[in-house]
Ligand binder design. Structure first.
Ligand code: PLP
Length: 442
C-alpha cells in the first residue's frame, strides 16, 4: 500500500516529534540500493543506511530471495527446547567473524534486547562462579544502549532517562570522551583522551570495590549520541583495567558492527577484544529484526556447567530468538558482505569519505567534524535558546533536496551504506553543504 493513509493518529511513533510529523509527514514507500523513494515519487539518497543498519544497501536480491524462500518453507520454529539448522549455521558464521574467543552466540531481536541479555549474562556468569556479589554495572555518560530498562540504566542520555523513574540501581557511569577544546576536527581517532579511562580505576573501583562490579559496557564508538570517536589508547586502557580487576568488558557494537568503522567490528579496528559483544542492525542488513550477544567460550561454559545436567541453564530468551526469517536474512547478508568485499570496500572508501566530510568545516556554524571508517559526525553550534533546531532544519532541508541524514541534538550523523560510490558521497556532502549554507543565515 503506497497511498498516504488518511488517519495518522493511531500510530504512536518512536523517538519522533509526533505532532510535527503528522502535520507534515515524510513517508518512504520503496527502496533500492542507495535510494529510498518517497510517497510523492522522489528519490532520496540514503546517507544513514536506514538507521545505521542497511550496510549493503537496500533490497539486495540475495537477501530478498532468501527471506522470501524461507517464509514459504518454514515461517516459524519454536526457540525453546527446539532448534532449526540455520540458527546453528548463523552462530558458526558469527563466531568465525568475531575476534578472539568470542565463540558462543545468544540470539535476540534488537539491540535493546541484546543489551539486556548481555547484562544478564554478566550477572549469571559471576553468580555461576560463586561471585554473585559482583552486580554493579558500569556504563558511560552519553552512551546509548537502546530503550529497555537495562539499556537506559547503563546508558547516559539524560532525555532517555528522565521520565522513567527507577532504573537498575547498582549502576555507575564513566565520563564521556567528547571534548571539543582538545579534539575538534580530528580525523579518525583523536589523540587526546586515553587517560579518561583511568576514572574506572581511580574513582569507580575504589568507590564500589572491584569485587562488587560485574561489567563495564561501552559503545566502542558512540553513535546515537553524536559519533564520539574513541580516543587513541582509551579502549585499550579500559581493557587493561577490566583485566586487572576481573571485570567483564562488553562492547555494544550494534552500530559499529559489520564494516561501519572499516573492519568487521570496531574491536578489530582498535585491536581490543571484549568479553562480550552485542550485535544487531547490520547482521541482517536491516531486513528482519535480529540481535545477538557473542560471549567468550569460558563465560558460556561457566554458566552452562553450573546447572544440574538436563536442566535449563540460563532462564532467559525470546519467542523470536533465532527466528527462521532472521537467520535466512543473516546468512544471505553475511554472504553479500563477503562476496562483495564490503568491509574491504569500507576501508578503501574511508579516506575519500573523510576528505569529503571534513570539507564541511568551513561552513557556517560547524564547530566540529569527526569521522572514523564510514561514519561521521558534524557538530553545529546550537542556535541561542533553540537547541536541536539548527540540525533538524538541516535534516528537513536535506530531505527536501533528496538526501536522508540523521540528527541527534545539534549533531548530524552520517553512516551511508558501504556500497556508496564516490560521486554519491559528493552528492550527499553537496546537499548537506547547501542546507548548512541556507541555515547559516540564522
Ligand atoms: C549502540 C546501540 N545499542 C543498542 C541500540 C538499540 O538497538 P534497537 O533499536 O535495535 O533496540 C542501538 C540503536 O541505535 C545502538 O546504537
Amino acid at each position: 500500500m503506497t497511498a498516504r493513509p488518511t488517519n495518522l493518529d493511531p500510530y504512536w511513533m518512536p523517538f519522533t516529534a509526533n505532532r510535527a510529523f503528522k502535520q507534515a509527514p515524510r513517508m518512504f514507500v520503496a527502496a533500492k540500493d542507495m535510494h529510498y523513494v518517497t510517497d510523492d515519487g522522489r528519490q532520496v539518497l540514503d546517507g544513514t543506511a536506514g538507521l545505521w543498519c542497511v550496510n549493503a544497501g537496500h533490497c539486495r536480491p540475495r537477501i530478498v530471495e532468501a527471506v522470501q524462500k524461507q517464509v514459504a518453507a518454514m515461517d516459524y520454529s519454536p526457540a525453546f527446547q527446539m532448534g532449526h539448522p540455520d540458527a546453528f549455521r548463523v552462530a558458526e558464521r558469527i563466531a568465525a567473524l568475531t575476534p578472539g574467543d568470542l565463540d558462543r552466540v545468544f540470539y535476540c531481536n534488537s539491540g535493546s534486547e541484546g543489551v539486556d541479555t548481555a547484562l544478564k549474562i554478566a550477572l549469571a556468569y559471576h553468580r555461576a562462579r560463586g561471585e554473585g556479589q559482583r552486580n554493579v554495572l558500569i556504563g558511560r555518560e552519553r552512551g546509548y544502549h537502546g530503550a529497555g530498562f537495562g539499556g537506559i540504566s547503563v546508558g547516559g542520555i539524560p532525555a532517555n532517562r528522565k521520565a522513567f523513574g527507577n532504573m537498575l540501581f547498582r549502576v555507575d557511569h564513566l565520563a564521556h570522551t567528547h571534548n571539543l577544546a582538545e579534539n575538534a576536527f580530528s580525523r579518525g581517532q583523536p589523540a587526546w583522551g586515553a587517560h579518561l579511562a583511568d576514572e574506572l580505576e581511580n574513582r569507580i573501583i575504589p568507590l564500589h570495590d572491584a569485587g562488587n562490579i560485574a561489567a563495564v559496557i561501552v559503545e566502542p564508538l558512540a553513535g546515537s549520541t553524536g559519533v564520539l570517536v574513541p580516543p587513541k589508547g582509551y579502549l585499550e586502557r579500559l581493557r587493561q583495567i577490566c583485566d586487572k580487576h576481573g571485570l567483564l568488558l562488553i562492547f555494544d557494537e550494534v552500530i559499529t558492527g559489520f564494516g561501519r568503522t572499516g573492519p568487521c567490528f570496531a574491536a578489530d579496528a582498535v585491536g581490543v577484544v571484549p568479553d562480550m559483544m552485542i550485535i544487531a542492525k547490520g547482521l541482517t542488513n536491516g531486513t528482519v529484526p535480529m540481535g545477538a550477544v557473542v560471549v567468550r567460550e569460558d563465560i558460556y561454559d561457566a554458566v552452562i556447567n553450573s546447572a544440574p545436567p538436563g536442566m535449563v541453564e540460563l532462564f532467559h530468551g525470546y519467542t523470536y530468538s533465532g527466528h527462521p526469517l532472521a537467520t535466512a536474512a543473516a546468512l544471505a547478508s553475511l554472504d553479500t558482505f563477503e562476496e562483495e568485499g564490503l568491509f574491504q570496500r569500507a576501508q578503501e572508501l574511508a579516506p575519500y569519505f573523510e576528505q569529503a566530510v571534513q570539507s564541511l568545516r568551513e561552513l557556517p556554524h560547524v564547530i566540529d567534524v569527526r569521522n572514523m571508517g564510514m561514519v561521521a559526525g558534524i557538530e553545529l553550534e546550537p542556535r541561542h535558546g533553540e537547541p536541536t533546531a539548527r540540525a533538524f532544519e538541516a535534516f528537513l532541508k536535506c530531505y527536501e533536496d533528496g538526501a536522508l541524514i540523521r540528527t541527534t541534538g545539534d549533531i548530524i550523523a552520517l553512516s551511508p551504506p558501504l556500497i556508496i560510490s564516490k560521486s554519491q558521497i559528493d552528492e550527499l556532502i553537496g546537499i548537506i553543504a547547501q542546507a548548512l549554507r541556507a541555515g547559516g543565515r540564522r
